[in-house]
Design a protein around this ligand. Structure first.
Ligand code: ACO
Length: 318
C-alpha cells in the first residue's frame, strides 16, 4: 500500500479559548497548559458530509486522479449525518466515484487507523486498486458547551488519503480494543424514541473520564508501538515521524518520553484544531505533506486511541 494523495477540510468558524472563558468556568491559561489547545474549528451548519466531501476533493486533486478510478471509499466517523445511506455513499454521490464500494465504520478516535488498515486488506486481496480513506467528525453536535471537562477539547474537521496497491517495502499494523473501560468515553445515540415508545428519551452528550483515558493511553500506546516495531524489525531510530492522534500535548510528550524519542519527531497541530477524533491523523498527515516534510522512503508511524476503548498503530513507508 502507498499513500498517493492527502487532503483536509475545516469549517471556517474559530472557537477560541477566550470565547470558551465566556461559556464555562475555565481559562485560556488552563486549557493551553493542560492540553496545548488554543482554538478549534466548529461547524456552523455544515453537515459532516460537507466536511468529508471537501477533504475527499482535496485528496483527489493532490493525488491527481479522477474519482472514477476509485474502487473503494471507506469513511470513519462517530458523527454520521444519516442512518441511511452510509456517509461513504454520500461522498461517492458528491464526487461521482461510482465504481467504488462504500463502507462506513466507527472506531471513535482510532477510526482512521482502523479504516486505513481495512483499505490495505482490500488492496492486498486484489479486489481494490485505489481507495479513498476518510476520517471526519462534527463532534460539536455531541458536546455540551456547559461542560468544561469536554467542551474545551474537541473540534470539527475532516482528513482524507488516497492509497493504491503499488508496492511498499514496509507496511505493518497492530490494532486492539478493550471494552472493559468503554464507559470512560461514552455517548448514547441521540434518541431511543420510536413510534411505539412511551418515554421521550433525552439526548445524551459526550461523557469523558479524562484521567482514565490518559492512563490508558500511556499504558497501551508506547507498548503497542514498541511491539509493532519489534515485530517488523524496524528500529525506533528509523522512524522519521510519529503521527499520533492529536488529543493532548501532554500525552504526546509522555509517549515520546516513554519511547525515548525526541519530541520533534511528534508533529502537532492540536493548538489550532483541538481533538478532531478520527480526522486528526489524516489532517496532520496532509499538513505535513503540504509542508514537504515527507520524502520517498521515509518510515512513518501512525497511531491513535479512543472510545471503545480502541487503539491502533500502523507503520508505513512514504
Ligand atoms: N478549565 C478549568 N478547570 C478544569 C477544566 C477546564 N476546562 N476541566 C477540568 N478542570 C478542573 C477539574 O475540575 C479539576 O479540578 P479539582 O482539582 O478542583 O477537582 C482540575 O481542573 C484538574 O482536573 P483533571 O481532570 O485532573 O485535569 P487533567 O490534568 O487530567 O486534564 C484532561 C484533564 C485535559 C481532560 C486530561 O485528563 C486529558 O487530556 N485526558 C485524555 C483525554 C483524551 O485524550 N480524550 C480523548 C481520547 S478519545 C477521543 O479522542 C474521542
Amino acid at each position: 500500500m502507498k499513500i498517493i494523495g492527502t487532503g483536509s477540510y475545516y469549517p471556517e468558524y474559530i472557537l477560541t479559548n477566550k470565547r470558551l472563558e465566556e461559556l464555562v468556568e475555565t481559562s485560556d491559561e488552563w486549557i493551553k497548559e493542560r492540553t496545548g489547545i488554543q482554538e478549534r474549528r466548529i461547524s456552523q451548519g455544515e453537515g459532516s458530509s460537507v466536511l468529508a466531501i471537501n477533504a475527499a476533493k482535496n485528496a483527489l486533486d493532490n493525488a491527481k486522479i479522477q474519482p472514477e478510478e476509485l474502487d473503494m471509499i471507506i469513511l470513519s466517523t462517530i458523527t454520521p449525518e444519516c442512518y441511511v445511506p452510509n456517509m461513504a455513499c454520500l461522498v461517492q454521490n458528491a464526487i461521482g466515484a461510482y465504481n467504488a464500494l462504500c463502507i462506513e465504520m466507527n472506531a471513535a478516535c482510532t477510526g482512521f487507523v482502523y479504516a486505513l488498515h481495512t483499505a490495505n486488506l482490500y488492496l492486498e486481496s486484489g479486489m481494490v486498486k485505489k481507495a479513498l480513506v476518510i476520517g471526519v467528525e462534527r463532534l460539536s453536535e455531541m458536546i455540551d458547551y456547559t461542560d468544561r471537562t469536554t467542551c474545551v477539547l474537541f473540534g470539527d474537521g475532516a482528513g482524507a488519503v488516497i492509497v493504491d496497491n503499488s508496492s511498499s517495502s514496509c507496511y505493518a499494523a497492530k490494532l486492539g480494543s478493550d471494552s472493559r473501560k468503554m464507559k470512560a468515553l461514552y455517548c448514547k445515540h441521540p434518541s431511543l424514541v420510536n413510534y411505539m415508545s412511551k418515554d421521550n428519551c433525552q439526548r445524551d452528550y459526550l461523557y469523558m473520564d479524562g484521567q482514565e483515558i490518559f492512563k490508558f493511553v500511556l499504558r497501551i500506546i508506547p507498548r503497542n508501538i514498541k511491539e509493532l516495531l519489534e515485530q517488523t524489525n524496524v528500529d525506533v531510530s528509523e522512524i522519521k515521524y510519529f503521527v499520533l492522534h492529536q488529543a493532548n500535548k501532554r500525552i504526546l510528550e509522555a509517549v515520546a518520553k516513554k519511547l525515548n524519542v525526541p519530541e520533534e519527531k511528534f508533529p502537532m497541530n492540536l493548538d489550532k484544531y483541538g481533538n478532531t477524533s478520527s480526522a486528526s491523523v489524516p489532517v496532520l498527515l496532509h499538513e505535513m505533506n503540504e509542508k514537504n516534510m515527507l520524502a520517498k522512503g521515509d518510515k512513518i508511524v501512525l497511531s491513535a486511541f479512543g472510545g471503545g476503548l480502541t487503539w491502533g498503530t500502523i507503520i508505513i513507508e512514504w
